[in-house]
Design a protein around this ligand. Structure first.
Ligand code: SF4
Length: 417
């Protein structure tokens, strides 16, 4: 059974749809109540059906960037500039592609119910525990020029301009998310089946029996064995791999346009990790889902994604087709990451392989932020900010010597089949 065959009537996305789903433009994120900048001038686009990997060391800004897209930045962090427009979505939780179908299948869904659907379908509203620091009232009017109330314009919805109520409507409906520790995003007092069936009832107006049936179908579609039995299980009765599949089923239940997977396979053993990655690729292929995969593991990126964004010290330093980047990195930091990955344990060996440390959020080197760790640094690297520059082979690279360096790392270890 395929995932797409399980979509509610009229709700299936147009497979093979093209065009940008998410456009991030000039995003800046401050921490420590605005005293330091942790993400600087980040811009990228994710297209329908595209899987984009986001990699970098801890503190590189990759997770903050993706959490800002979900409205769940940690306390003390906020988007200080830029935008992140989700195309075709309104801040009432409907999209131009799905509005008519959603209306047909959930004619009675009120705004309040849509809100509940948004909460419940993103793993029982667990993201709501992390307060959404960004609010429309917190933005300067200058940056939101041209947008109507709630960040919605003809181009889509600016996710950086939503208030809590708008987030509750949109989250889980247009945006799905899966995280490293699925157990913490599920309610331990409810069966996993109920945690999936409830948002289906609210979002699509399904009767209780049909919601139950649909939940079992979704559990089957994500590869859970004996899904009818799983429906009645509590989170503590399931393994980590099963819980991650449950979370994925919940994340895609309302047919989101974009799925953000934040270290979603990090805690899984290698066999289960490979199975979950296959599942994410299947969802991407069958639903035309845009996938943003945040991970420290370049082997995972090489296995699943079409394109990769490499973050360093709050900036994108390289953006290009995954196979080009992993086989012919253009930025010295990417090459260093690949050398570490080829050793098999990126987390434990990174400090030994890449000498030095990245600048702290409050530090602001004049030139290249990687210069103190770069074996190729020259005086000109330190004199002025290094822009992210488009290259002839379709990448963007933040390095003044990119065109002259020949960087070739050892081959990556493969994710087990
Ligand atoms: S700009 Fe200079 S210091 Fe920075 S990565 Fe390129 S060569 Fe190294």
């Amino acid at each position: 059974m395929t995932v797409s065959s399980l979509s509610e009537p009229g709700r299936a996305r147009t497979i093979g749809a093209t065009g940008p789903v998410l456009t991030v433009d000039g995003l800046h994120i401050t921490v420590s109540g605005g005293r330091a900048e942790a993400v600087r001038d980040v811009s990228f686009t994710v297209y329908a059906g595209e899987a984009v990997g986001v990699v970098g060391e801890s503190g590189s800004g990759k997770t903050l960037t993706c959490r800002s897209l979900l409205g769940v930045l940690p306390p003390g962090c906020e988007v200080s500039a830029g935008s992140a427009v989700l195309a075709g979505a309104d801040s009432d939780g409907t999209s131009s592609a799905s509005a008519s179908a959603a209306g047909a299948s959930s004619a009675g869904a009120s705004g309040a119910s849509a809100s509940a659907a948004g909460k419940a379908s993103l793993a029982s509203a667990s993201l709501g525990r992390a307060s959404a620091r960004k609010s429309s009232g917190g933005r300067s009017g200058g940056r939101s020029g041209g947008k109507s109330s709630g960040g919605t314009s003809s181009a889509g919805t600016d996710l950086t301009a939503l208030d809590r109520r708008q987030w509750e409507r949109l989250r889980g409906v247009e945006l799905g998310a899966v995280f490293q520790d699925p157990a913490s995003y599920l309610n331990p007092a409810l069966t996993v089946g109920r945690q999936l069936a409830e948002p289906l009832r609210v979002r699509f107006g399904l009767k209780r029996a049909r919601a139950h049936e649909r939940a079992v179908e979704l559990f089957a579609s994500v590869g859970l064995r004996d899904p009818a039995d799983v429906y009645h299980r509590y989170p503590h009765e399931l393994s980590g791999g099963m819980l991650q599949r449950v979370l994925i089923a919940i994340a895609v239940a309302c047919d989101p346009r974009l799925l953000v997977a934040d270290e979603a396979t990090t805690a899984l053993d290698t066999v289960v990790q490979a199975e979950v990655l296959d599942l994410l690729a299947q969802l991407r292929d069958e639903r035309g889902l845009a996938l943003l995969l945040v991970t420290h593991d370049l082997a995972v990126v090489a296995e699943v994604t079409d394109r990769v964004l490499v973050f360093y010290a709050g900036e994108i330093v390289e953006d290009g087709p995954t196979q080009d980047v992993v086989h012919r990195p253009a930025h010295p930091y990417t090459a260093a990451l690949l050398r570490v990955a080829s050793l098999g344990d990126w987390n434990r060996r990174e400090l030994a392989v890449i000498p030095g440390r990245p600048p702290e959020a409050g530090e602001a080197p004049v030139g290249c932020r990687f210069a103190d760790r770069c074996a190729f640094a020259e005086d000109r690297c330190r004199t002025e900010p290094v822009p992210l520059t488009a290259t002839a082979d379709g990448r963007r690279v933040r390095c003044v010597r990119a065109a002259e360096l020949a960087l070739s790392p050892p081959p990556l270890q493969e994710v087990p089949a």
